[in-house]
Write a protein that binds this ligand. Structure first.
Ligand code: GDP
Ligand code: IMO
Ligand code: MG
Length: 421
């Protein structure tokens, strides 16, 4: 068996949570491979709404196994809060949720360091989610991290040493006005809570599952434009959000990857700072935000909105080897008379490129193609045969431009508002 990988192709919040939930019945196992509580994956079904941060979005579909892989960074206190809320709403997780020993822990001091580094950056702030993601991954790469496997013995000692090192760093950043007493207490409760879950060698588990014929869906967090190598650096997150991240974040060989499913919105959004060539600062952008409810699932921040960027999408498809596409939030454009799609960039020297350039911070003028809007309510449609012609034309145009098939179209936030083509 192979493992299919589902990835966001824009700046995150494409609707990964919804789609993973919809696709889960096709799989035996769902696994997260990178990111942490910076993610906010929203699912809606039967009139209920859930936002998942660290727990895979396959958790609501029957007795499937869900795995938090080694590439994830886990905050025990936030994990406990998330898991207990799910249990309370009738979705018990124990035995169904397996956690990698090699996943790194986000300590309370990582969150302080996140805030301290942002403050030190001044006007060049990344606009992080403040969840300690960057500092936790920095500790991992600098060989100083604490892992889930560490909680199994002598944990207090290890924790104290790491905390002391972080406090030294905070002092050097003049960031000393904090009191960790309460948060540390909850964090330690989170550690005790974590011990109740199967803590596993997930790379062995994943490979054995594949060998025994089980199917796995790997769930990405964030999106390609936030990838630490290929995103709009330095305004990115600290992990590899592309397909290769599934290999390192789960311990699987590239030859085990099956379908690479890329998901994107019919337009584009970004939360936090950094370049966004097709961003709209006018009424049209505001209209997208209002209709699409574009506010961060984790931080509540306003999401910046703009037209779809096919230069960036082509690049995202290239670096992950995307084999099929899913288009989300099509219904948000229902009332637009004209829809624009950026097909190329004009650079500062006047030249035109369809290839995503090294620097998108300065001198980019997006070149647009205009298409007629469908001006019809898509939210109640159930099959492709009911699509208005202008909507089918938009899909065909995108498939041509992106040279990749669109296999699913989403027309509303609910599980049911999903059309498989
Ligand atoms: P994720 O981080 O990729 O899982 O996406 P988020 O959950 O952060 O943001 C996507 C938002 O769009 C959520 O509020 C979803 O409920 C909502 N959503 C998903 N698909 C659709 C859709 O097709 N139409 C509309 N209107 N909303 C959608
Ligand atoms: P999901 O999985 C949208 C953004 C932050 C910030 C940058 C770095 O829901 O799509 P970090 O806290 O990771 O160090 O912040 O990345 N960011 C996201 N934007 N969706 C996300 O996740 C994000 N996770 C991080 O806003 O610009
Ligand atoms: Mg999100």
């Amino acid at each position: 068996m192979k493992i299919d990988v589902l990835l966001g192709l824009q700046w995150g919040d494409e609707g990964k949570g919804k789609v993973v939930d919809v696709l889960t019945p096709r799989y035996d196992v769902v696994a997260r491979f990178q990111g942490g509580p910076n993610a906010g994956h929203t699912l809606e079904f039967e009139g209920q709404k859930f936002v998942l941060r660290s727990i895979p979005s396959g958790i609501f579909q029957g007795g499937k196994v869900n795995i938090i892989g080694n590439g994830v960074v886990l905050a025990p206190d936030l994990f406990m809060e998330e898991a207990k809320a799910l249990e309370k709403s009738g979705h018990p997780l124990h035995e169904r949720l397996h956690i990698s020993k090699k996943a790194h822990l986000i300590m309370p001091t990582h969150r302080l360091l996140d805030a301290a580094y942002e403050a030190a950056k001044g006007k060049d702030k990344v606009g992080t989610t403040g969840k300690g993601i960057g500092p936790a991954y920095t500790d991992k790469v600098s060989r100083s991290g604490l892992r889930v496997g560490d909680i199994l013995e002598n944990f207090e000692e290890k924790y104290a040493a790491h905390k002391a090192r972080h406090e030294e760093m905070l002092r050097s950043l003049n960031y000393t006005d904090y009191d960790l007493t309460e948060v540390e207490k909850t964090w330690m409760e989170g550690i005790a809570y974590l011990r109740q879950f199967p803590i596993v060698d997930s790379e062995h588990e994943v490979n054995k599952l594949l060998k025994s014929g089980k199917s796995i869906l790997a769930e990405g967090a964030q999106g390609t434009m936030l990838d630490v190598d290929f995103g709009s650096y330095p305004f990115v997150t600290s992990s590899n959000t592309i397909c290769a991240g599934a290999c390192t974040g789960l311990g699987i060989g590239p030859n085990k990857i099956g379908e690479v499913i890329g998901i994107f919105k019919a337009y584009c959004t970004r939360v936090g700072a950094g370049p966004f060539p097709t961003e709209l600062f006018d009424e049209t952008g505001k209209k997208m935000r209002d209709i699409g409810h574009e506010y961060g699932a984790v931080t509540g921040r306003e999401r910046r909105c703009g037209w779809i960027d096919l230069v960036a999408l082509r690049y995202a498809i290239m670096v992950s080897g995307v084999t099929q596409l899913i288009m989300m939030k099509s219904d948000v454009l229902d009332s637009f008379a004209t829809i624009k799609a950026c097909t190329a960039y004009q650079l500062a020297d006047g030249s035109v490129t369809r290839d995503f350039p090294y620097d998108i911070q300065t001198g980019i003028t997006p070149l647009y193609e205009e298409l007629p809007g469908w001006q019809q309510d898509l939210t109640k449609l159930t099959s492709e045969t009911q699509f208005p012609k202008a909507f089918s034309d938009y899909i065909a145009f995108l498939e041509r431009e992106l040279d990749t098939p669109i296999t699913i179209v989403s027309v509303g936030p609910d599980r049911e508002q999903t059309i498989v083509r």
